[in-house]
Design a protein around this ligand. Sequence first.
Ligand SMILES: [Zn+2]
Length: 366
Amino acid sequence: MQVGLLSSVDLNQADVYIPRIPLIVVPLENFCRMKVGTAMKLHSLSASDRTAACDLCQATSFRLVGTKDRRGDELETVICETCGLVSHQRIPTDSELNEYYAAEYRQDYHGEYMPSPHRVVRAWEGANWLYDHLAHYLPPASKVFEIGAGIGCTVKRFELGGFQSEGIEPGVGFSEFARNQLYAQVRPDWLFDLNLNSPQDLILLVHVIEHFQSPRHALETIHQFLKPDGLLYVECPNVAGPHAAPGKQFHFAHIYNFAPHTLEMLAQSCGYTIEQRIPVDGELTLRYLFRRSDTSNLQLQPQFAQTTLDGMFRYNTLSYHLRPAYWGKRMLRDIRFARQRLTARTQLQQILQQCRQAKSTLRHAA
Ligand SMILES: [Zn+2]
């Protein structure tokens, strides 16, 4: 493991870097009443009693930054004082997560067991975007694998582009749709049960990394599935964006909430280098292309936690909604979604027809 130029942590050793941060406890309700534009300071948050070590830096010092999820249900969220990684106070167990994702997640998160036409059309547009931005990195007939493939549009889009494309999706309804309607190579399986018989050129994690019990374990596992110079694409909400209005940022399924520096640090400490960061949507979403590397390193700086907080609490509810950029984007998004809903059934039929033709061509070629 390489040692960073600044403060560093070797995860194989016990010497963990601890920043000198004053601990002045102020009740959480006080910062909820803060005035517009008031910067959030790390020392003004309530203490946390979390005991599990931080998944990124292994430190054990946390502060409470939220007590409710986006629906107003109880959900305690903390920030690691050392690296700024935001996560649930209590990390769900494996069995809790397996049960949730197999049976409830798509219904709970998307309100659907099987995808509606407009959801498929939207996912197809997202798949086209990914293909346009990533395909040129790959030699012809490369192996592409998506973890958390959802409806299967991205897996299918890469297949239609001439790549060997597969994926796994634990949600039963969505993976059935992928196989039966799109004829995509998507099976209901879990990353940690995966047994791939050949290394991959590109692995995709699209809005998935925030759902793992241990993102570090996930990235280290994926490292073994990639070719020596293989690529990993990661996309997730940017908690420092902010990606949602104050009070609407946290969700039970999002065990971790990444900012740019925490996602970069995690990837670099798991044996990846940054190939490209793709800036889109005014930084609401993180989109990174990483490349597998033989070295790993973790560089920590004392201001990381404050950097995350500055992004998270840049706005209160009023100032968040009064931003001209918010209304502009929301209006464009609503117009796009309304158009999609009106034409979704027709577009879905075109997508399904394209998938049927590809299957028929493949059968004749065989
Ligand atoms: Zn940490």
